[in-house]
Design a protein around this ligand. Structure first.
Ligand SMILES: [Mg+2]
Length: 428
C-alpha cells in the first residue's frame, strides 16, 4: 500500500465514458488523498495493465464488453492477485452485492451513490482491510512456524485453533484436536485435582498461569512440558479465550536427571558416592541428636583386593567391585544408604536400626560376599570382606566420630583374620 503522501494508484475498469468521468471527478475532488487513475474499458486491457504497472486498488464495473456479472468479479480476482477490488454496480441489490463479495470483491458501491466522500472512503477501507489481512496472515504464519506448541481455546477449554507444533508434541492431527479439550487428549493423571483447581482459579480470575506439567502423547508416552496460559478478554473485560503456549522440556528433564545421577553416584558401581553418603550421615546424626533413636554405620573393606588387581587385571578387579556392590544393594532396605567411599572402601548407613539387627544384616552380607565367584582363565576369583560396625551416638559432635569408630572396628576385623564382622565395643 502507498504511504499517506503518495497517491493511491487506481485501475478503473469501466466501459461507459460517462460513468468513468463521474468516478474520476469524484476522486479528484477529494482533498485528503490524491488518486492516480488509470482508466481501461475491458478486462483484457485491464489484464495487460496489471501485468505492466502497479496498482493499489481496482474499481471494477460488472458489465464490460468481454465479461458480464459475477464472472467479471471472478476473472478480476484472478488477475488482481492481492489487490483489493471494489465492484461498481448499477444494482442496489444486497443479495447480489453479497454474491460479489463471495466471488472475491473486497467491497462494492452502487453507481450514483458515491456522495461527497463515499467512493474515496470505500477505497481507503478496502486498502486498510487488505493491509490488516496481510498483517494477520503474517502473524498466523509466524504462529504456525513457531517451535513451541500454541493452542487457543474458548472459555470451556474447547480447542479452537492449534499450530503444527502442538500436533507434533501430542501426536494428534489438527483435525482430531479441533473442538476437543486438552484434558480429553493429553491428560496423564500425573497432576492431582488440586493442581488443576489452582490453575483454573488463577485463570478465571484473569491471571496468567505458568507451570510444569506431565502430559501424555497419543502413543501413551509421557512428556514434560512447560505450560503458560493467558486469558484473553473482550472489550467489556470478560474472558473469551485462553491461549496456551507449551514447550517440550522432556530432554531438559532427562538431562537434569542424568546430571543429578552423575553428581550423586559412583559411576562404576551405581552406589551413592562419598559426598552424598557424608551428607546423609550428617542428616541422620542431626536427627538422632534431636529426636533420639538408633542408627548404625557399617564400614566395609574388601580383603586383599590389591592382589586381585595384580593377579587377574583391573577388568576383573572392576567386576569384583560391581558384584560386591550388587550384593550390598540386594541386602539394603529402602531406608539404607549403601555407598562406595573410594577404592575398595564401602559403607552402609542403617537408619532406625539397633545393634542386633545391624549385626544380622552385616553377617548376612559377609556370607553372601564370600559366595561371589568370578570366572577367570587362571581360575575362579573369590573375595571376602571385613566389616566394622558402630552405633551413631547422641554424644557425637560431628559425623567424623562415628566414622572413626566404625573404621577402628573394621581394622580390628582385619587384624583378627579378615572375613568377619566386628562391633566397635570389641575394638576397645
Ligand atoms: Mg458497463
Amino acid at each position: 500500500m502507498s504511504s499517506a503522501k503518495s497517491p493511491i494508484r487506481v485501475l478503473l475498469v469501466e466501459d461507459e465514458t460517462g460513468d468513468a468521468y463521474l468516478v474520476k471527478t469524484v476522486l479528484k475532488q477529494n482533498r485528503d488523498v490524491s488518486f492516480e487513475i488509470t482508466w481501461v474499458e475491458s478486462l483484457a486491457i485491464a489484464e495487460h495493465q496489471l501485468r505492466h504497472s502497479c496498482f493499489d486498488v481496482m474499481l471494477l464495473d460488472l458489465s464490460l464488453p468481454d465479461s458480464e456479472g459475477l464472472e467479471t468479479v471472478e476473472i478480476g480476482r484472478q488477475m488482481a492477485g492481492d489487490i483489493p477490488i471494489v465492484v461498481l454496480t448499477g444494482r442496489a441489490d444486497v443479495d447480489f452485492a453479497l454474491s460479489a463479495l463471495k466471488a472475491g470483491a473486497t467491497d462494492y458501491m452502487v453507481k450514483g451513490d458515491f456522495g461527497f466522500d463515499g467512493l474515496a472512503r470505500v477505497i481507503r477501507y478496502a486498502l486498510l482491510r487488505v493491509e490488516m489481512e496481510t498483517h494477520n496472515k503474517l502473524l498466523v504464519a509466524a504462529l504456525e512456524a513457531a517451535a513451541n506448541s500454541i493452542i487457543i481455546t474458548d472459555t470451556e477449554a474447547n480447542i479452537k485453533w492449534a499450530n503444527p507444533a502442538f500436533s507434533r508434541l501430542t501426536g494428534y492431527s489438527l483435525e482430531e484436536v479441533m473442538g476437543s479439550k486438552p484434558s480429553e487428549l493429553i491428560k496423564s493423571g500425573k497432576q492431582n485435582e488440586l493442581f488443576y483447581q489452582d490453575m483454573w482459579r488463577n485463570l478465571l480470575a484473569g491471571k496468567h498461569w505458568r507451570g510444569e506439567v506431565i502430559n501424555k502423547h497419543k502413543n501413551g508416552d509421557l512428556y514434560h512440558e512447560e505450560l503458560s496460559i493467558a486469558p484473553v478478554k473482550n472489550g467489556r473485560g470478560e474472558i473469551v479465550n485462553f491461549i496456551g503456549i507449551k514447550e517440550n522440556i522432556s530432554e531438559r528433564k532427562s538431562l537434569e536427571e542424568m546430571l543429578h545421577k552423575l553428581a550423586n553416584t559412583d559411576p562404576l558401581t551405581g552406589l551413592f558416592n562419598r559426598r552424598v553418603f557424608l551428607d546423609r550421615l550428617t542428616q541422620e546424626s542431626d536427627r538422632i541428636s534431636r529426636l533420639g533413636g538408633s542408627a548404625v554405620l557399617l564400614m566395609l573393606d574388601l580383603d586383599f583386593f590389591k592382589n586381585i588387581n595384580d593377579n587377574y587385571g583391573h577388568a576383573t578387579g572392576d567386576e569384583v567391585l560391581k558384584q560386591f556392590a550388587n550384593v550390598m544393594r540386594h541386602n539394603s532396605r529402602n531406608i539404607d544408604v549403601p555407598a562406595r567411599l573410594g577404592g575398595e572402601e564401602f559403607a552402609v548407613l542403617l537408619p532406625s536400626t539397633g545393634r542386633n539387627e545391624a549385626l544380622i544384616m552385616a553377617e548376612r552380607l559377609r556370607k553372601e560376599v564370600a559366595n561371589i565367584a568370578i570366572s577367570h582363565p587362571k581360575g575362579m576369583v573369590h573375595i571376602t570382606v571385613s566389616i566394622g560396625a558402630a552405633l551413631l551416638s547422641i554424644d557425637d559432635t560431628d559425623s567424623e566420630m562415628v566414622l572413626n569408630r566404625a573404621d577402628s572396628a573394621m581394622y580390628t576385623a582385619k587384624e583378627s583374620g579378615r572375613n568377619q564382622v566386628c562391633w566397635f565395643d570389641c575394638a576397645n
